[in-house]
Design a binder for this molecule. Sequence first.
Ligand code: SF4
Ligand code: SF4
Length: 258
Amino acid sequence: MKPKLAVLKFASCDGCQLQLLNAEDELLTLAQVVDFAYFPEARSRAERGPYDITLVEGSISTPEDARRIVKVREHSRYLVTIGACAVAGGIQALRNWADIDDDKLDNYPARKCILAPNTSTPISELFRVNFEVSGCPVDKHQLLGVIRSLLSGTRPALPSYSVCMECKGRGPACVVVARGEVCLGPVTRAGCGAICPSMSRGCYGCFGPCDDPNMSAFTALLRHLGLSSEEIVRQLRGINGYLRPLRETTDAIEAAKP
Ligand code: SF4
Ligand code: SF4
């Protein structure tokens, strides 16, 4: 019997699931070695768990989400979070620095039905996940590599170093040095192929922080480029802004304001 694969979503745009569906050259091979047991985005037949590998997209944003993800964990041998929403809380985690009160929900005609709590939570804050695949969206080759590793019983390996390493390998002029523009590459995890710098624009950090980013040196660089404290906070509080190194840095900057 083939291992069972489940793919499901919480608060998200579906872009990371689409990366798997876009792996057209590899999907038939994958379907030969796994049973797509639960994948509502791709097929109507749904098999009950337990599942060998569960890919989870999206952040935990409602009480129902919080109940459901616990059941998903119980029914999954390997639970892998995919994409910035699941790994970091996503862009919707910006509300973790704000209050969602009734006034802000006035635009909704049936606001009593809105169950949104004040937070958007990375899944790893709730319990241990087996692996995280960063990106907004994830890179399909990385995602397929992780599935392949888990099926073969080896630990997946993804880059721990920064986008600058990839960027230097590809060879475009550094946008910081050449044009004095902001680029989050020095503190962002590699894996995208330095796609933004290779198109002459700064990295905006969609793969989240690399291992052990030097945040104090990086914020000093941003100040050297002329950014104010508010602008630095805005740069760092993006898609992955709720992840610890970025969150602690922006919280410290705001706490230091006179
Ligand atoms: S990480 Fe980005 S692409 Fe993936 S579901 Fe969230 S918003 Fe969409
Ligand atoms: S352009 Fe960005 S990613 Fe490339 S070397 Fe410069 S700072 Fe690093």
